[in-house]
Design a binder for this molecule. Structure first.
Ligand code: ADP
Ligand code: MG
Ligand code: MG
Length: 258
């Protein structure tokens, strides 16, 4: 069992404070939904957790099984088992999907691996990659394509989930991984996340504006962010309520941050 504990986290972008004291504890095998209106700071939390250099932690702490994560490079966090599926996946021209993933998997499975160090065996890797691709309905031909180059929105998102399946993180943050997908793709991605979460006892923080992803991944906990703080927490019923009623009620209850 692993625990990711976020304590009184303050994060600035440039000189602007965005997160103003976030407290949140994730355990293995738990699904947390993070909701809140646009601009409330959800992506900022995801980026800060992943160690994006543009997001400065000005105070507070994030510990993974007691070890401080703030100050670690993004790459080191990935090796420790944190994974962020970005809202806008990047394109890396000239790097093939299969090569990118083999390097990423090698780094995560062998935390002491140096740049240029030994990669996981091609045979073992290929077998696992194809197995995962088949499960996630990703055409095997994608392995030979350049990462995200010319991929549709849905293809990029599937790649993110494939990457997650291969990396087997302890905690994954999904920032609107389902946005811009057609219904079939949302179902594949949602089922994929649920399966991985169950198989690998992964802790998941899901940020979404749709209820499909949460339909497959019923949240154990739902949190509402407003003005850079988590102002309310509850169970799956809170998520359902917010999808139906929107955020007016939450804003009314928290005029100090709304
Ligand atoms: P959400 O994901 O909940 O929509 P964000 O975390 O993207 O919210 O944004 C929270 C606030 O931080 C917004 O007011 C946004 O304008 C601001 N913000 C986020 N990223 C940046 C940035 N790179 N530069 C300036 N402001 C930013
Ligand atoms: Mg559970
Ligand atoms: Mg966002």
């Amino acid at each position: 069992m692993s625990t990711l504990q976020i304590t009184d986290l303050h994060v600035s972008v440039g000189d602007t404070p965005i997160l103003r004291g976030v407290n949140l504890t994730l355990n293995s095998a738990e699904v947390h939904a993070l909701m809140g209106p646009n601009g409330s700071g959800k992506s900022t939390l995801a980026y800060a957790l992943a160690g994006h250099p543009g997001y400065t932690v000005t105070s507070g702490s994030v510990t993974l099984d007691g070890e401080e994560v703030v100050g670690m490079e993004a790459d080191q966090r990935a090796r420790k088992g944190l994974y962020l599926a970005f809202q806008y996946p990047v394109t890396i021209p000239g790097v093939k999907v299969a090569d990118f993933l083999r390097h990423a998997v090698s780094n995560v499975r062998n935390p002491d691996r140096k740049e240029g160090g030994e990669l996981i065996s091609m045979r073992e890797y290929r077998r696992e990659l194809y197995e995962r691709m088949d499960e996630l309905s990703v055409d095997r031909a994608f392995a030979r394509r350049y990462l995200n180059e010319g991929f549709s929105g849905g293809e990029k998102k599937r790649m993110e989930i494939l990457q997650m399946a291969m990396l087997r993180p302890r905690f994954a943050f999904l920032d609107e991984t389902d946005s811009g997908l057609d219904t079939d793709a949302v179902n594949v991605v949602s089922e994929g996340v649920a399966k991985l979460a169950a198989e690998q006892k992964m802790g998941v923080l899901i940020i979404t504006h749709h209820d499909r992803l949460l339909h497959y991944n019923t949240p154990d906990h739902t949190h509402v962010m407003l003005g850079g703080k988590i102002v309310e927490s509850g169970g799956a019923d809170l998520a359902a309520e917010l999808y139906t009623d929107g955020y007016a009620g939450v804003r009314d209850r928290h005029p100090e941050v709304a």
